[in-house]
Write a protein that binds this ligand. Structure first.
Ligand SMILES: Nc1c(C(=O)O)ncn1[C@@H]1O[C@H](COP(=O)(O)O)[C@@H](O)[C@H]1O
Length: 168
């Protein structure tokens, strides 16, 4: 996988522990895409590719990234280890695991020791989508264009919610 926005330099790094996480993490990418935020996607694993993680986390800020979204399942060390090596905000996405339904992922990501924060979202697709929205909200603080697109998106979401439930 590579950058989805070749013209703009990526501001958000969407990383995941395995190719098998992509079906969930694509929701973060889709949210960023919809809000016009340039991002890149990478498979990086604290367990399987520790050298790649070290290089990615240590160089992320110098490469111009502003936020990292990290998704992992099971013994999900990727978000925390990423946060240990960068001052960028790290948003952790717990991937649903087969055996423990993602509770293992959630607890691995959320229970960080004081001093190394990871902003943890909910397990699975909704969490991944929210991670993308959160990243856009952070960028919107200093980017009026993203702020406008985010406000418009929120307004459309609100307008799409009907007031009266339809009967089948
Ligand atoms: N939790 C981690 C890390 C890590 O934290 O570094 N690297 C891979 N994994 C996770 O292992 C699960 C199973 O991976 P496979 O499907 O490749 O066996 C994935 O959800 C991945 O995030």
């Amino acid at each position: 996988m590579s950058s989805k926005s070749p013209k703009a330099e990526p501001l958000v790094g969407v990383i995941m522990g395995s190719q098998s996480d992509w079906q969930i993490m694509r929701k973060a990418a889709e949210a960023l895409e919809e809000l016009g935020v340039a991002y890149e996607t990478r498979i990086v694993s604290a367990h399987r590719t520790p050298g790649r993680l070290y290089e990615y986390a240590n160089n992320a800020q110098a490469r111009g990234l502003k936020i990292i979204i990290a998704g992992a399942g099971g013994a999900a060390h990727l978000p925390g280890m990423t946060a240990s090596m960068t001052n960028l905000p790290v948003i952790g996405v717990p991937i649903q695991s087969k055996t423990l339904k993602g509770l293992d992922s959630l607890l691995s990501i959320v229970q960080m020791p004081a001093g190394v924060p990871v902003a943890t979202v909910a397990i699975g697709e909704a969490g991944a989508a929210n991670a993308g929205l959160l990243a856009a909200s952070i960028l919107a603080l200093s980017d009026a264009d993203v702020a406008k697109r985010l406000a418009d998106w929120r307004a459309r979401q609100t307008a799409a919610v009907g007031e009266t439930p339809k009967s089948d």
